[in-house]
Design a protein. Structure first.
Lengths: 162, 162
């Protein structure tokens, strides 16, 4: 069970995007350079965030991606769902209906007990991700970083947006 | 983020294996027929369970796989770890050390805040899976099943082990 690399990349990107001034954005190429990740693959991940309403794109010089809503309204669950889709990790294929002792479909109105147990664990996982906003993470990053490092990042952003 | 099909298959199989009489086992072919799943792929999943000490194999006529320990000592987490391995769903590649503003390695003794948040959610997921024994699930299945269906399954197991 693996989350795609895009989840890590976009979490870092979203934690940085609040530094972008109003009306400006960061290009995929700039973001790919910043994190040393492949630009083409990152472009796809950013499109997924755009479709989910997490980022928006700004055209023209100094344009690119910026957050589409306040960072405290974006949770880690929003990010994972945008990148990975809403499909649960455990997919029940109803094998209890298979084979020589298979249940009839009409006797399967109640969800499979095994699928229910996995669904419960996934609810706990999703609840934990939903309870963490990107704002709280960005704040932790800022608290733990040195002032020099924060200035370094802010300076880089400023240079990109011109 | 997906769990392999082997997790579903082996959860159903482990819930059934307590019906196997002492000293006997169920062959992979019989289990594959029972659930209508591919025998070769199931064989690999059962080997993973054997390596994890969840099932053991019994040789000879009426031989095959049986549980290696009491079913109330096997959790859904044991099963998932056996099939999927212990690797976390979120893998931190330390991209905070990349690029023009990358942190130096010596400044990264504290875990990345993003990786920590995902690890916390995974702990909630694993704790939920660890709290569910296969015994509790098998019991739920038995309580929800009709007596005829349970006799049907027990009869099938008896025919396999001769």
């Amino acid at each position: 069970m693996q989350l795609g690399k895009g989840v890590e990349w976009t979490a870092h990107i979203c934690a940085m995007l609040p530094l972008v001034p109003p009306g400006r954005g960061l290009s995929v190429d700039a973001l790919a350079d910043y994190f040393e990740v492949p630009s083409a693959y990152l472009a796809k991940q950013m499109q997924l965030l755009r479709r989910a309403g997490i980022v928006q794109s700004v055209r023209g010089k100094g344009g690119g991606y910026r957050l589409a809503r306040p960072i405290d309204e974006i949770s880690l669950l929003d990010l994972v769902t945008a990148i990975e889709g809403p499909t649960p990790a455990f997919r029940c294929t109803e094998i209890r209906q298979n084979g020589p002792c298979g249940l009839k479909r009409k006797d399967c109105r109640r969800p499979c007990e095994i699928a229910s147990a996995f669904a419960e664990a996934e609810r706990a996982y999703r609840a934990a991700l939903a309870s963490r906003s990107l704002a709280s993470i960005a704040q932790e990053v800022a608290v733990n970083a040195s002032p020099e490092h924060l200035l370094d990042i802010a300076g880089w952003v400023q240079r990109q947006v011109g």
